[in-house]
Design a protein around this ligand. Structure first.
Ligand code: GLA
Ligand code: ZN
Length: 676
């Protein structure tokens, strides 16, 4: 349990009373009660109020807020406010201001705007966190700490450059080693002095966000900035722990956000939390995958849904309303995948600046007679009724998908063979296929223990880090099924190619050699032609993006390319290795291929789907104390019928016994409880 002071799914969200006054606060209290809200995330952007000048701190408004909320039954998720520095600080200490990728020194403005290597920022952010912790350590309303907000964005200032050089010395020890790792003899880039190294921004090696002349330095700069920001988080974390060793600490992550290596970050978080903002056209399986990734950051521990909008965003191009029922549906989707909280941004809509058109529990009209408020209040009642039933429940997947931030950086920085390769998109294709055949999966890091899985899928495993290939070999030798794809096993952790034939270190477990890689133009397709009929698959499928031209070296060829000069060369292979099998999918197939292919693999390994359900109905399961909670989430607008078998189960929300056919209303949810 996150904190046993409140043993239920926490319900509430970001609350900014500092933008209002006492009359409105009273109304807030009344409406929070009506909505069943019991948690408010406060003090997220209040540094300027908490510290009006360098010498003075003022927590009077915060004191009042926390007391007031506690009196009306609302606990706080207490933020440290360091996501945006005060204007006086920017004026007095310009080192807090970032330099952007184009080399421009920023002025005061915006948020998430502090240089992570600024001595001023580090000193005052840690100090503020410490002061807050000291002040509120014994407050009964304090549930959890929320450090800063949505860390992100890189800085390219001189302080960062100097710190980067120190970081590089630690990593490489000698310039010879650095020159080797970055392959600096290319274009005559050899460094003879550490001071010659500059940050790889658009004045140096990079352009267009992810194009670079030198992958080595660009990759290291991403590692370094991710760690620099993490360092800032850790400084605050340590200050807080001095005063409240037993209160959990988190910071809100952003799902697939590219810039920070969240697996590394999660090691220093007591619980993962994240902000979920799908748009109307985001595939529901992508949201599911992102929840699973957030759960995977701490090897399957429950996480917090820290933010979602009750109705609409303001920052997307087209900010559609969540259709009736969708807010509830997506809240349960989060819970189905491991969330133990349902929190919103924001509780009350602000009247000025850029978030005034962002959805909120309390809208500008100010009263409770709105569609959004009614839906929020209904969900509040349900969560109240669920109590602690689902808290801490886990997932027991037998299939894992590997996700790796450094690999993502490297594939996207790679400069060839195609600009169209989207790492997260390729992982999602595999996730989506499993999702559609209702097989549960975990999203795991390269460091995860593969032993607990029957099937491990690592799409586009371009970068193979030390020890990874051995780990895969062991997993397969012991009976596991491993799947990887085109553009895998190409480079080491410095983006240096492993010579001797692709897929490098993975070559022996896969039993193949990839001789060349063809990049296909958008709309240009090849075909995967099966050599003989195989389970759920038909004879032929479309494929595109990249086609590896491979030779079987011991692997059995399951399918071949259907056209072009490499027609007849292997497109899908399997290699028997020890007691297991290693599959190679040499190209990016159409979705229906992956559904059949993964169904076959699950059948081979005895991995059963959760159940069979109509298209658009998602199934997910959590387990706890010998009980299983099967979530049926109907993403269709129309009702759907799901066959659940003859053994009776409890419909948790309706509090009835059901068996046989269950009807799930359009955009509705059914949670079925049974004994394991
Ligand atoms: C982010 C931030 C919030 C708010 C929302 C709006 O998630 O953390 O402060 O800006 O976006 O969607
Ligand atoms: Zn900087």
């Amino acid at each position: 349990m996150i904190n046993d002071k409140l043993p239920k799914i926490w319900y509430g969200g970001d609350y900014n009373p500092e933008q209002w006054g006492p009359d409105v606060w009273k109304e807030d209290e009344r409406m929070f009660k009506l909505a069943g809200i019991d948690v408010a995330t406060v003090n997220v952007f209040s540094w300027a109020l908490n510290q009006p000048s360098e010498e003075t701190y003022d927590f009077s408004l915060l004191d009042e807020t926390i007391d007031r909320l506690y009196k009306c039954g609302v606990h706080v998720c207490l933020a440290t406010s360091t996501g945006a520095h005060p204007a006086w600080m920017a004026r007095k200490y310009p080192d807090v201001l970032r330099v952007d990728v184009q080399g421009r020194k920023r002025r005061f403005g915006g948020r998430h705007n502090s240089c992570p290597n600024s001595p001023t920022y580090r000193k005052y952010s840690a100090r503020l966190a410490g002061k807050l912790a000291e002040r509120y350590k014994d407050h009964p309303g304090l549930l959890i700490w929320h450090i800063s907000n949505e860390y992100g964005g890189y800085c390219y200032c001189d302080n960062c450059a100097a710190a980067f050089r120190v970081w590089l010395r630690e990593r490489y020890a000698t310039l010879d080693e650095l020159n080797r790792a970055w392959n600096t003899r290319f274009w005559g880039h050899t460094f003879y002095d550490w001071e010659e190294i500059v940050v790889p921004n658009e004045l140096s090696e990079e352009w267009n966000g992810n194009r670079t002349n030198f992958q080595g330095i660009s990759l290291d700069y991403r590692r370094f900035q991710s760690q620099s920001l993490l360092e800032c988080y850790k400084l605050e974390y340590d200050e807080i722990k001095k005063h409240t060793p037993n209160v959990p600490i988190t910071t809100n992550l952003m799902g697939l956000y590219p810039e920070l290596d969240y697996f590394e970050w999660a090691k220093y978080m007591d619980i993962v939390s994240w902000d979920n903002y799908p748009s109307l056209d985001t595939p529901v399986s992508l949201t599911a995958m992102t929840h699973d990734l957030m759960r995977g950051l701490k090897s399957g521990l429950p996480f917090m849904l820290m933010e979602q909008t009750p109705s609409q965003q303001n920052w997307q191009a087209y900010n559609s309303l969540k259709r009736p029922g969708v807010m509830r549906l997506w809240s349960y989707q989060a819970m189905a995948h491991g969330a133990d909280t349902v929190l919103f941004f924001q509780l009350r809509r602000s009247i000025g600046a850029c978030e005034k058109y962002h959805g909120a529990v309390i809208e500008h009209v100010g009263h409770e007679h709105t569609r959004v408020f009614r839906e929020v209040a209904e969900l509040g009642r349900e969560l109240e009724q669920l109590g602690d039933t689902l808290l801490d429940a886990r997932t027991e997947a037998k299939v894992a998908l590997v996700y790796d931030w450094e690999n993502r950086w490297a594939t996207e920085l790679s400069s060839g063979p195609t600009v169209a390769l989207n790492y997260a998109g390729e992982v999602h294709k595999y996730y989506d296929a499993l999702f559609k055949i209702h097989v549960e999966s975990d999203m795991v890091s390269v460091e995860e223990d593969f032993g607990k899985y029957e099937i491990v899928i690592a799409p586009v495993m371009y970068m193979v880090k030390p020890g990874f290939a051995k780990k895969v070999e062991e997993f397969v030798a012991n009976g596991g099924t491993f799947v990887t794809t085109f553009f895998s096993g190409i480079v080491d952790e410095n983006d240096l190619v492993t010579t001797g034939g692709y897929p490098g270190e993975l070559r022996s477990v896969l039993g193949i050699w990839a001789e060349e890689i063809d990049a296909l133009f958008p709309g240009h397709m090849n075909q995967i032609v099966l050599k003989q009929s195989w389970g759920a698959l038909s004879d032929q499928y479309e494929c595109g993006l990249l086609c590896d031209l491979i030779h079987a070296e011991g692997a059995e060829v399951l399918a071949e390319y259907g056209s072009d000069f490499y027609q007849g060369m292997p497109a899908v292979t399997v290699n028997r290795f020890g007691k297991g099998r290693a599959y190679y999918v040499a190209t990016s197939p159409e979705p229906s291929f992956l559904q059949g292919f993964l169904k076959n693999l699950c059948d081979e390994q005895g991995v059963r789907p959760l159940l069979d359900a109509p298209a658009g109905v998602e199934a997910a399961r959590r387990v706890k104390d010998g009980k299983s909670f099967l979530f049926l989430l109907n993403h269709n607008a129309e009702a759907a019928e799901v066959e659940i078998g003859s053994a009776g189960m409890k419909d948790l929300l309706a509090n009835t016994r059901v068996s046989g056919t269950v009807e799930v209303p359009g955009r509705g949810v059914v949670i079925l409880e049974s004994s394991n």
